[in-house]
Design a protein around this ligand. Sequence first.
Ligand code: TRP
Length: 333
Amino acid sequence: MSNKTIILTGDRPTGQLHMGHYVGSLENRVKLQDSHQQFIMIADMQALTDNADNPEKVRSNVVEVALDYLAVGLDPAKTTMFIQSAITELSELTMYYLNLVTVARLQRNPTVKNEMQQKGFGADVPAGFLMYPVSQAADITSFKAKIVPVGEDQLPVIEQTNEIVRKFNSIYGEVLVEAEGLLSTTTRLAGLDGKAKMSKSLGNAIYLADDADTLKKKVMSMFTDPDHLRVEDPGKIEGNMVFAYLDVFGQDKEHIAELKAHYQRGGLGDVKVKRYLLEILDAKFAPIREKRAELAKDKGAVMTMLKEGSYKAKEVAAATLAEVRRAIGVQYF
Ligand code: TRP
């Protein structure tokens, strides 16, 4: 393995990836793959922790997520993309780590707490869900990743990972490496409807796979200023998604400032600004969706890429597991 700094990150395959993922992480991963040794995991087992009764959703989205990865420019020659369940070593590591964590600590993890609330789990939370941060600690530590690019909500999981690392190392000797979360610098992309977050469950997302027509429909339906009824009326920029997206994706900041001023004065219609935004989004995302459509014609090739990535990842995880077993002393023959 090269001596580049190791990065590990992952996604739960519960749906196709959207522009929020692009802005929040994918774009950054494409940059990172040149300077780092990057592993990206499709976390199907983690997705099953709250989808046990719907394995088909998880299974079918594995290839969809991989298509999104390739379409945005993640390159298998630089980034090792793999499937979590193919690396059985991770499950064994999780079993050893579970002994280093208390149930009370898991219940205090703010990320898990939030998600449990969102999903309506009370005391009936699946045990696998409650302990997914431990499994995620196995994901991270088995690659000795130093950097874990994630959204802010995942920082408590990394904190818990590092607690496990310290505890492991203090009991069994220095084997594991602490990791650091890397937050994306870009602002979070709001939903089409103005809600704070673009998300599949809120139904307010533009997917990387969306065709030109769908993109147009979604842009034309974006939440603007509900009080901006006639073109002549002064309009509001704040909370207006068309301008929010222009701030994220537009290059010509001067022109955007002019548009904003005009909109606020009155005399600029929503449709005109939406057309301008559509042009910008189309220029940026048409090559991605076209590449994705092309790759989708041969899903077998995509699965082969994941298979090769999984072999590579397995070798790395197996080496760490061997060290872990040696350190604990569970090696008898
Ligand atoms: N929990 C992450 C999420 O929901 C996905 C994930 C699984 C992950 N394993 C990981 C992220 C390891 C970073 C590192 O987005």
